[in-house]
Design a protein around this ligand. Sequence first.
Ligand SMILES: [Zn+2]
Length: 145
Amino acid sequence: MEIITSNKGCEKLCNNGYMYVLKHFGKSKITWRCSKRSSFKCMGELYTNIQKEDPVLKSDHNHFGDSEKVDVEKALCIMKQQSKSGLSKPLEVYAEGVAKLDGNVRSKMPVEDHVKRTLRNQRSKLNPIEPTSLDNLIIDGAYLN
Ligand SMILES: [Zn+2]
């Protein structure tokens, strides 16, 4: 079992080839629901304790788990975070991330261009928005006098 934090800051739990998102944070346990709930109408759910350990399957999935797919998601998640940090270029992040994957997993990665574009978008979120015209340009009061 492994927990990754997605870009939007929400946690995903990976277990036996399935991915779960947090559904309910209870007093003594946490309920996680399958990340394919909307796409597969899957009702698969899992419990963990408050420490997010000891996974127990609550209700079964209506589809097979795919650990390679989960590895792809994990890799993409890490790449996005590295790009967001702005320390390395999206191209480098992608090349490094892919190099770490084994062949089967790599073949399931989304198209290269698509990933790079996503990574670039992460990066541009860091930069302040450039004014597109003079109307949008706000000049600090001190310079007006
Ligand atoms: Zn499921």
